[in-house]
Design a protein around this ligand. Sequence first.
Ligand code: 5GP
Length: 189
Amino acid sequence: MELLKQRILSDGRALDEHVLLVDSFLNHQVDVKLMQAVGAEFARRFADDGVTRIATIESSGIAPAAMTALAMDLPMVIMKKSVSSILRDGILQTEVFSFTKNLAYQLTLKKDFILPGDRVLLIDDFLANGEAAFGGFKLIEEAGGIPVGLGAVIAKVFQAGRDKLLAAGYRVEALAPVKRMSEGVIEFE
Ligand code: 5GP
């Protein structure tokens, strides 16, 4: 997606070979118009896949997922990284190791929000090692849903996640696949 790639080149910053900072338009300050275009692009790519629900992981996946849900006129569910005391019954959980925080959390989904047979598109801001996506797919499957694929706004394809997901049979669509980074340098696939 050219518009997104141009924005990453102009406003993103590779901190080192592994971490890309995009907090001025994607996950801290959010360019909602750009997210609307991102949602429209995911809707186009998954138009023929019978998707019935959009899922994402709090908090950085919410903006692109909400715009995708709006474009496809579908319900959206947010998987939580921490459980509040009011969310006790009927929950599914799996441990996920966070790439950016360097610690594990319990990814949590209330079973009621994915119905058996739901065809679920998982949307996230980044794909790195695939931990979050594998955790999300696991919960979707445990709830009886069918994972249609992962829509990643940015995929760092030099990290293991995309290959691992493809090898496991999951579809991956990345709007901006980054093949190489170093301080101040970003190259797309
Ligand atoms: P994974 O689970 O695939 O290893 O990592 C994906 C998650 O880590 C994403 O949900 C995202 O929040 C975070 N993440 C991974 N790499 C980056 C990065 O380079 N920059 C930012 N801002 N977040 C990242």
